[in-house]
Structures are given as C-alpha cells and as structure tokens.
Ligand binder design. Sequence first.
Ligand code: SAM
Length: 230
Amino acid sequence: MWTELADRLTAALSGVDPGSGTVVEFGAGTGLGTDVLLDTLYPAPLLVAEPSAHLRAVLLARLSDRHDTDRVTVFPCGATQLPLPERVAAAIGMHMIGHLAPAERRALFSALMPRLAPGAPVVFNVQPPGTAVEVPEFPPFGVTVGRLRYEGTGRAVPIGPDRLRWTMTYRTLDGDIEIARAVTEYDWWTVSASTLAAELTQAGAATVRIDDDLVIARAAVTEAHRREQI
Ligand SMILES: C[S@@+](CC[C@H](N)C(=O)[O-])C[C@H]1O[C@@H](n2cnc3c(N)ncnc32)[C@H](O)[C@@H]1O
C-alpha cells in the first residue's frame, strides 16, 4: 500500500519550501508517512499527532533508528487537539480522516488554512467505502515472522448515515493453532474525495486537486511570494 503511496505523496509535496514553516502530520501511525516527510522535506521540522500509545511506541522506535530525530515532535493527541504551529509548510493525514466527525474535520481545516505558507499543500486520502454500507469480513491479510503467522481481518456495519463501526480481528497462528487473538472496534465517518475537496475549498484553499484517493489542497500564492521566487 505505502510503496505506491509514498511516490504519489512525494509528488503531491512537490514545490514545498522546507524553510517556509513546520510540516504537520495527523495520525502518523507507525511512521511510514513520517519517513516520506523527513526524506522529502529536509530540513523542515515536523509536528506529529498520534493518539494511540501502541502506534506511538512503534513510531518512536522507527524514528530512533534515524539520524534526524531532532526534527520531529510527536504529540500524544488527536488531530483536533494538536497545537498547530504559526506557519505550516505542508500538512498530511493518510488513512485517518474517517476518525474525525464531519464537524471536527471542518474545524481542523478552518484552523489549518490561515496558517499555510503561500502555496503550501494539505494532503489527505480517502478510503472505501465512501458511504455507510455494510462491509462483509474481508479475507485475512498477514505476514509470517519466524515460525508464527500474524493475520488481520475486519468487517463494518453502518451505525448512521455517514458512520461505520469497524470490528477488526488480529490473530497469531502457530501453524493451524491460534495462540493469540485481539478484537478491537472503532467508528469511522465515511467521506468522499469530492466532499473533502469541497470542505477544503470552503475552509479557504485556493486550489484543490483530486488524484484518485488523494485530495491535495493548496494555499494561495501571493504576488509578494511569487516575486520572491523569481
Ligand atoms: C490506519 S492508521 C494510518 C496510519 C498512517 N497514517 C499510515 O497511513 O500508515 C489510522 C491512524 O489514525 C490515528 N487516529 C485515530 N484517531 C485519530 C484522531 N482523532 N486524530 C488523528 N489521528 C487519529 C490512529 O491512531 C492511527 O494511527
């Protein structure tokens, strides 16, 4: 998933001036996107929101293997609790926008837009389903490490007009024997790329481009900034 996404995200970040402000990442998870930001936007500082203690532990372990850890600050909070920097060079949120209710989403966009450096991008992606329909359990995805196999699967039921409740099941298998099982539930607000684009425009984005599942909004480029670039 990330192999292809990393290239598309890098392309969406083209033209960012790493000296124009802080790069913000919402819901970094284990840090696959954080790596892209650190590698692409050197030497910009990063401000990251990651509410899950488990995923933060993996993220911090990943960061500790890098030489540029001092560029990243990880806050233990959700996107709407993150104290936004005064000037934002770029902001991203991958596979996470459905964790925000529509009002939270719009509040986040309104807080973000006035802080963007001229021409700075804001990149989110959307995931199917775009509407609240039942999702039957999908075939397990997994990985084998040593002699054990780790598998995950999930299913979702609608619990509102634009809201799903996902149930995820993670199993650890030793051959055919299940030796551990964890079940977790979370709610997810469905949103289409076009709705996200409209909300970002409403919040003040100068341009919004949809590239399949990616929604890329940009702040206006001022005349003064254009002159600086020449
Ligand atoms: C599917 S993971 C995606 C992680 C990472 N962005 C990636 O693409 O690999 C969703 C992430 O959103 C985080 N999350 C959950 N609620 C959130 C919220 N209110 N604000 C920001 N992130 C949230 C989860 O903890 C998790 O790290």
